[in-house]
Design a protein around this ligand. Sequence first.
Ligand code: UDP
Length: 371
Amino acid sequence: MKTILVVFGTRPEAIKLFPVINALREADGIRPVVCVSAQHRGLLDQVLAIAGIVPDFDLDIMTPGQTLDALTASLLVELGKVMDDVKPDRVLVQGDTATVMCGALAAYYRKIPVDHVEAGLRSGNIYQPWPEEVNRKVVGSFAVLHFAPTETAANALKAENVDPAAIHVTGNTVIDALHWVTDRIEREPELADALDDLKTRFSGKRIIGVTSHRRENFGGGLEAIAEAIRRLAARDDVALIFPVHPNPNVRAVMEEALSGLENVAMIPPLDYPNFAHLLSLADIMLTDSGGVQEEAPALGKPVLVMRDTTERPEGVAAGTARLVGTDADTIVAEVEHLLDDSDAYEAMARAHNPFGDGNAAERIARLIAAA
Ligand code: UDP
């Protein structure tokens, strides 16, 4: 029996790892042990609940206003203690958060092999996404198995001299998760009824789904995004549904700028089934999120990305995503272009999925079992 310690801490990691944990449970000769740092408490718990995952270790590391230094220091120490206790054969991490980097480092300090899901994404700019670009590169510099979601990601690793034999193009497990949750909603529609009242309130309007939480947009970027939303909401044919990230930096700016606007619904973060439902309802997604850039193209939803660079260029190359930065005039102009030019809209709305076929988790479990 090989013990695989799966380490994660945030909502996107949980979404992208629950299919892998399920596949590892099915694989012969593997015992997955789940350790969450709870770097994001509430958002993580929403995903654990719907996915039916009860962690074996829960470090509950989040404290309000925590600096990156303090977070990194405590993650490294606490994750190391779990590794000394479990003595896993391998450690599995996903993505680019502080939890991922510290989980990988703690394993490396103990000479435990680290495998990395969603390896090889690079924007080429260490400050966008910040600090995630560097977190991901650190793990990529010593991981043993690199599970690249796409050829582009695999090529980025090869360009950094990672042994090609260690790189496996698997697809992104976010597509596995999206298929899983869509099937679940079909069987149990009551899991995704949180938006029913808003559907009635905004009936007949074009729906724009909004998410924004990037650290590099805190301050001026978020204010510009709020200004763009205000201006778009002045149109009577448009409604914006905005699940607001609980980070106080985001919430304070958005509440100040957008409270009381008739065509804007600022709502608490949606759990995963309800967010998947928002993706299916929306005509356009306006976002700075990484995961939404992968999910929206899979559903044929044009996605306007409020960043200057992306480590997920595949959506842009496929024509379903466009980088619009964080200038209010540009955001408004790009959204209105899609609202008012049906050819431009249709060109972006063709369902296209450059991120995988929904079988990534099974491939990853098989490769780990064979390692
Ligand atoms: N998501 C969610 N509820 C929300 C907003 C997003 O479940 O209210 C999901 C979304 O489907 C995606 C993931 O969270 O899979 C993206 O997470 P986030 O934007 O926090 O992080 P990023 O992907 O930028 O790392």
